[in-house]
Design a protein around this ligand. Structure first.
Ligand SMILES: Cc1cc2nc3c(=O)[nH]c(=O)nc-3n(C[C@H](O)[C@H](O)[C@H](O)COP(=O)(O)O)c2cc1C
Length: 422
């Protein structure tokens, strides 16, 4: 649709942009593609430009990806030498000049209007739409912006046909999707799966489960703008609409597996810490509301939460979503909303019982070693980063709670399930 709108604009100058900002923490799908096969992305951009009538384009790639940038530069030069880019491509009347623009690593610059402002040399802040980029984008000209993954699938679609592409996936979500599988997972890394496969199949069959002998508690999908999907919903199919219905989003493809050692309040705090820091500050609720939400979450994690905090979080979340200009603010409350929806009892335990069942919130838990289960193997003592564990070999060990920083490493490394959270 974006390409169609851009083509319909009768203007001499048009642009194409490849969004390679990849701002989600932990995501590396685009980096991997750009480092391993930059030509596929360039070919996708050439088709994008040909289809929309553009003659100039930018690849907006974060500066933290020096290898990807170096390989893109080589690939552009090679393509120009062979007549696949530059003037009169393959002897035709079609020309395309591509530039690389390095981004300075601001999450909001992945948002398309902020990205274009950044390419123009302005401060990376989003603007109101309409006008949409396809009508008035970069330097006021019709512009199509697509992601690395989208562009790299274009040559395949042209070569094999739309029917072949549409034969993969679900009614509304076609083709394949790449995920960065991370967290408590036996086989982590990049996986490309057909749309329509369930989250459970990805986590259990492809990823091999948690690999920690502990059950999956939830899967966080969609990066900082996403949400936590509980184990009971893991049979949800990977489809844009079905994932949205859970309160999470597909996003760029982050999939973080969480087991019972993960505190869901802490997870919400972690992602909100990121989004409030990355808010560009243009919208008041995004700028100040996310900060207030973070303060409330921090208070709850530190054992200073009060029952009214949950209502405050609910109210702020709705207001931030409703009043923010761009996707950053509109989605920032998602990690909080989904954890409140599916794991509300954990919030209540933190507030009412001053307990963190997962053993993550250091003010609310103590670690002890069960003397009957401990074999004195010494692994925990050797791995403890602050030397809080003592004991003789083959005898039960003890944790000095005055030294312990509640990092949970002892519990993670214990092969006998002897470390308990109280
Ligand atoms: C705060 C924010 C950050 C974003 N970051 C990225 C990003 O890093 N990479 C990306 O491709 N799209 C990102 N997007 C989405 C883009 O704005 C845009 O929708 C996308 O590039 C369109 O690509 P597609 O049509 O090929 O999917 C972000 C959106 C928002 C609101």
């Amino acid at each position: 649709m974006k390409w169609k709108f851009a083509l319909a604009e009768e203007r001499n100058e048009k642009y194409v942009i490849c969004n390679a900002d990849e701002g989600d923490p932990g995501a590396f799908m685009d980096r991997s593609k750009l480092e391993s096969d930059p030509h596929e992305v360039l070919e996708g951009m050439a088709i994008q430009a040909f289809a929309t009538g553009a003659n100039e384009g930018y690849i907006y790639c974060r500066a933290e990806y020096p290898l990807a940038i170096a390989r893109l530069k080589i690939a552009i030069t090679q393509a120009e030498e062979r007549g696949f880019l530059g003037d009169h491509i393959l002897g035709t009347g079609f020309s395309l000049k591509l530039h690389i623009k390095e981004g300075a690593g601001a999450f909001v610059c992945g948002e398309e209007t902020a990205l274009m402002a950044s390419v123009e040399g302005e401060r990376g802040m989003p603007r109101l739409r309409p006008p949409f980029p396809a009508q008035s984008g970069l330097f006021g000209k019709p512009t199509t912006i697509n992601n690395v993954e989208t562009l790299s699938s274009v040559p395949w679609i042209i070569r094999n046909g739309a029917v072949a592409y549409n034969s993969i996936g679900t009614e509304k979500s076609k083709g394949t999707k790449v995920f960065a599988l991370a967290g408590k997972i036996k086989r982590g890394g990049l996986v490309e799966v057909p749309m329509g496969i369930t989250i459970r199949e990805v986590v259990e069959e492809i990823g091999g489960g948690t690999g920690t002998n502990r059950a999956v508690k939830a899967v966080q999908m969609g990066g900082p703008s996403g949400g936590c999907i509980p184990e009971s919903l893991l049979d949800t199919r990977i489809d844009y609409d079905e994932v949205n219905r859970t309160g999470a989003i597909m996003g760029s493809g982050g999939m973080i597996v969480l087991d019972e050692t993960t505190c869901m309040v802490d997870v919400a705090r972690y992602f909100l810490d990121f989004t409030q820091l990355e808010s560009c500050g243009k919208c008041t609720f995004c700028r100040i509301g996310t900060r207030r939400m973070l303060e409330v979450l921090s208070r709850i994690c530190e054992g200073r939460g009060v029952p009214e905090d949950l209502q405050t979080l609910d109210e702020l979340a709705v207001q931030i979503k409703d009043t923010s200009l761009c996707g950053l603010g509109q989605t920032a409350p998602n990690p909080v909303l989904t954890t409140l929806k599916y794991f509300r009892e954990e919030y209540e335990e933190h507030i009412n019982d001053k307990k963190c069942r997962a053993g993550k919130c250091s003010s609310l838990c103590d670690y002890v070693i069960d003397g009957r289960a401990c074999t004195g193997c010494t692994v925990c003592a050797r791995k403890c980063p602050v030397g809080a564990i003592s004991g003789e070999r083959k005898k039960a060990h003890v944790i000095d709670l005055d030294i312990c920083v509640r990092c949970g490493v002892c519990r993670d490394v214990c092969n006998f399930d002897a470390v308990k959270v109280v």
